[in-house]
Write a protein of this length. Structure first.
Length: 250
């Protein structure tokens, strides 16, 4: 099975497409990776961002899909409205099943998107997604609803759910993820106290994509992804270490 990630490059290996590729691999999926931006960062700060041109992003997608019959993709850091629009067009053109991680701000607080990104994600990308995986900050931006508790996350999920199925991730809500696909379902994941949480959002959305690519239904893919991220944090160093039932792990 194969999948594509379209997102940013984090050279520290914690987040972005390196993380996605590790996740796909750990879960038995062949990964391809289209780079939207280069970043200079570590788990504490984002030093700088060097965007790849929209035209070149498009070329990467086209060239890979010309050769490899991919049907499942996830997007991460798309950075600009123009990138969001062009990537959305390609998703539609190639009929890809898409999981959207609407990356806006890094865990350390650095901006990972520019003006107009949120509106473009709502207008172009989410209508073509099978699932969006915002954390509470991203869900606030997408819904316009301030989130301080699970009830607020439910209200935001209803709002975003008008566009596509959504799971508001519960890393900041005691591990209570709010899933909406017509009805609300609260999915609990155990939170692990750890410094190795850089990239957990990337791992989560990539793991869901890997589940879907292997014909596992959406709810089961979500539950599997929760387990995967928990193990990744437990086994992590610096960031998540994406291994799952690894026979040689200590
Ligand atoms: O975790 C969100 C994220 C996604 N993609 C890239 C990132 C980050 C956070 O730092 O750098 C490339």
């Amino acid at each position: 099975m194969m999948a594509m990630t379209i997102g940013g490059y984090d050279p520290s290996g914690g987040a972005g497409i390196l993380n996605d590729i590790k996740t796909f691999h750990a879960l038995g999926v062949y990964g391809t990776a289209v780079i939207t931006v280069l970043t200079a960062q570590n788990s504490r700060r984002v030093e700088d961002i060097e965007p790849v041109s929209t035209n070149f992003i498009q070329k990467q997608i086209e060239t890979v899909l010309e050769d490899i019959p991919i049907k499942f993709a996830k997007t991460g850091m798309l950075y600009s409205s123009e990138n969001v629009r062009v990537v959305s067009e390609k998703i539609v053109e190639h009929d890809l099943n898409l999981v959207v991680d609407p990356v806006m701000v890094a865990g350390c607080g650095s901006l990972l998107s520019v003006e107009g990104y949120t509106e473009s994600v709502k207008k172009y990308l989410l209508p073509n997604a099978v699932l969006a995986t915002p954390n509470i900050n991203e869900a606030e931006m997408l819904s316009g609803i301030k989130i301080d508790c699970v009830d607020d996350a439910v209200a935001a999920a209803f709002e975003i759910g008008k566009i596509c199925d959504v799971i508001v991730t519960g890393g900041h809500l005691n591990g209570e993820n709010v899933f909406f696909n017509g009805t609300i379902k609260i999915i609990n994941d155990e939170l692990i106290e750890s410094v190795n949480t850089h990239g957990t959002g990337c791992s989560y959305s990539a793991a869901i994509t890997a589940g879907l690519a292997q014909d596992i239904d959406l709810l089961q893919s979500i539950k599997m992804a929760g387990e995967f991220v928990k193990e990744s944090v437990i086994n992590g160093e610096w960031g998540t270490l994406n291994q799952f039932h690894n026979p040689i792990s200590k």
